[in-house]
Write a protein that binds this ligand. Structure first.
Ligand code: 8YV
Length: 312
């Protein structure tokens, strides 16, 4: 007999196909009354696969036999991990397999924002090149200083790429790494002041909420560019929008937003920002590998084997 699992949110379609073939899956987003559905499933659900959307303490309380939440994604900020730990529920994520994919997009955003590639593309398409001549000059990337907020797996992969562009690298996080040869700057505002590009690559969640505030952004300055491939919550978004509008910061490359998929209307009208629909890990290779970790963690759980990528 197949085990039953709860799926709290959608994930990569091919991963869902495998889960559907392996388990009796209950897709919460398809239930007209989710509370009722959870109550009905409560006695039987021991494991859940989490895709987009929240997994909060109330959902955990509704599932007293839940022992595992296997998250599709490295960031677990949509799951109340503390509440899970208190209830003896393990949480797994999908680290490493997406690191290089996200780092590629991060460097792409550095270049796209500095060289205004999205604006330039529109400039060609709308006939401006023909009608107005050359477009305005943009900003240099190589040799400019990159300040990385969060030198974790993804931050390190970005640093490695930036080195190839001859960029001096600074980083800020709670603690200095003993294994990294980049300059640690203990104060984020100070790092922003020293940087041409501020790269946000730290985890989301309450601990980093609006860490990139007005003071930090003003320190980055009118020639500075902020790039975010982490979570929209890390930047004070309304403040960033205002400072971009005022020219107090020079530009932005953003893959993530505070209230996805909604993006502030003011950003849509700006030529000095490049916007992406949270696609950092979105290639078939990487999404397949992320899905495999969800599949393998669930399989390990039901086989009473150690989980592969447990958080915390
Ligand atoms: C998303 C991500 O999880 O891994 C993460 O933390 O942000 C992404 O890979 C992905 O969009 C799945 O919904």
């Amino acid at each position: 007999m197949k085990h039953e699992i709860l799926m709290s949110g959608k994930m990569y379609a091919k991963t869902m196909e495998v889960l559907d073939a392996t388990y009796t899956t209950h897709k919460l987003w398809e239930a007209p009354d989710q509370k009722k559905k959870l109550a009905e499933l409560a006695p039987r659900i021991r494991a859940a696969a989490a895709g987009s959307g929240k997994f909060d303490a109330a959902m955990m309380d509704a599932l007293p036999n839940l022992k595992l939440i296997a998250n599709f994604g490295v960031g677990v900020d949509s799951i109340d991990v503390k509440a899970a730990t208190q209830r003896g529920i393990a949480v797994t994520n999908t680290p490493d397999v997406l690191t290089d994919e996200v780092a590629d997009l991060a460097m792409g955003l550095v270049i796209a924002a500095a060289r205004r590639m999205a604006f330039a593309d529109r400039y060609v398409r709308d006939g401006s090149w023909v009608n107005k001549g050359s477009m305005p000059f943009t900003r240099r990337v190589h040799g400019k200083t990159l300040g990385i907020l969060g030198l974790g797996r993804i931050g390190l992969a970005i640093a490695k790429r930036a080195e190839a562009f001859g960029m001096p690298i600074l980083y800020n996080q709670r603690r200095k790494r003993s294994d990294a040869n980049y300059r640690y700057v203990a104060d984020l505002t100070e790092m922003a002041k020293l940087s041409d590009f501020l790269m946000v690559s730290c985890p989301g969640g309450p601990e980093t909420a609006r860490l990139v505030n007005e003071k930090v952004l003003r320190a980055l300055g009118p020639d500075g560019i902020v790039v975010n491939i982490a979570r929209g919550s890390v930047i004070d978004e309304p403040v960033m929008v205002r400072l971009l509008k005022e020219g107090a910061i020079g530009g932005a490359g953003l893959d993530v937003f505070a209230d996805e998929p909604r993006v502030p209307a003011e950003l849509l009208a700006m030529d000095h920002v490049v916007l992406q629909p949270h696609q950092g890990s979105a290639t078939p290779e990487t999404r397949t590998a992320m899905g495999q970790l969800v599949i393998d963690n669930l399989a390990a759980f039901f086989a009473n084997k150690p989980l592969l990528t447990k958080v915390g």
